[in-house]
Structure formats: C-alpha cells, structure tokens
Design a protein around this ligand. Sequence first.
Ligand code: ADE
Length: 228
Amino acid sequence: MRIDILTVLPELLDSPLNHSILKRAVASGVAELVVHNIRDYSTQKHQQVDDYSFGGGAGMVLAIEPIDRLLTKLKGERTYDEIIFMTPDGERFNQPIANGLSILNNIIILCGHYKGIDQRIREHLITREISIGDYVLTGGELAAAIVADAVIRLLPGAISDETSALMDSFQDHLLAPPVYTRPAEYKGWKVPDILLSGNHKGIEAWRHDQSVERTKRLRPDLFEGNPQ
Ligand code: ADE
C-alpha cells in the first residue's frame, strides 16, 4: 500500500513516521510512505501557499493552486482510491475506518493548516474528510500520522505476530485484556495465577472474560449491541 501525505510542514511528520513498526514496514516494502511539501508546488514568490480570506477575517487560507498542481501530478502517476482531507469537521476516525483504508492500494492524505483551506479543494478534489476527534489541532499533520499509523500496522507483515493486530481493542468491539510480564510478583503485586498455569484454554477464557468485563465497565457504549 502507498500513502502520500501532503503538507506545508513536512518536518512535523519526520519523527512520528520514522520509528519502530512504521519505519520497519516502510524499510521492508510493506508500505510506501511519501511526504510532499506543498510549498514545492507554489508558483508565488517566496513559495507562498496561503492567502487572505475573501470577505475578510483573521487567518490565512491555504490556496487551491499548489495543492491542485501536486494532486494532478500524483494522479497522473497512479490511481488513488481515496484523497482524504484531515479536518475536525470530518467523519470521526475509528477502527472500522482504519480497516477499510488498509485494504486500499493508494491513498493521499492532505493536511490542513492556518485558518483552513480553500473550500473548492474540499468540494472538487477531496473524496473523504476524516477527523481524529472533537478537538482542534494546529494542523492536520499529527492527525495524518495517527491515521497512517493505525492503517500501516494492519498491513500483512507490518507486525511480526500477525494475529496481534486482530487481537486489538476495538477489532471485535471489545477492549483488549490486560497483559503482564516478568517478574511474576513485584512489591507483592501478583500476576493472575491463571496466566502462569500453562492451561491455554483457561487462559483464553480468562482473557475473553476480562475483555468483556473491561468493555462493560470502561466503554459500555461499545458493548451495547455486542452479542458476547
Ligand atoms: N486538523 C485539526 N484538527 C483536527 C482533528 N481533530 N482531526 C483531523 N484533522 C485536524
């Protein structure tokens, strides 16, 4: 899968996308991740990419031209399944959306900045708008990194134990069970006996019960309509 991220602040994406599982997924060819600087597609002096808002008001607005030039170039090179704009007024991101995106071949993620982007970009160039939650970030970069992370870790080969992505919280509307590692006792705090028992059926049943209990207690909204 290939993800192209379009931004005016590519440096903001350097760190989140260049470590651990994402770095390995890209290095091993499981995912292709390309960050583009929208400024490189400006024809204005000083590579300006924003302008005053028509009708007045505070804040600069990202202009359509450099974004359209960059999108046109990319679309000429391959077919994109989705062109996503990160925005707090988009559809709320969740696990089913991540799952759906992870089976696509090529996606573009456009990050907004400043006061907003010219509405014509949203109307004519974007296929989908996604929010990571009901709060406003300074730009879409961190939100794009979250979407890329959630999607790439689902790709076959991204995580060494392929079953672990399917065991995640939310994949079956249940929160994940608690996990423990050595030592079996620390300051008198003990790991549940069942996990040390070697009884695999019993461990599986315990984990499921824990998931159900945690979901009912912490996220009753997820549990509703859950047949377990
Ligand atoms: N850009 C600014 N805030 C955002 C949010 N909550 N989700 C996605 N993109 C954003």
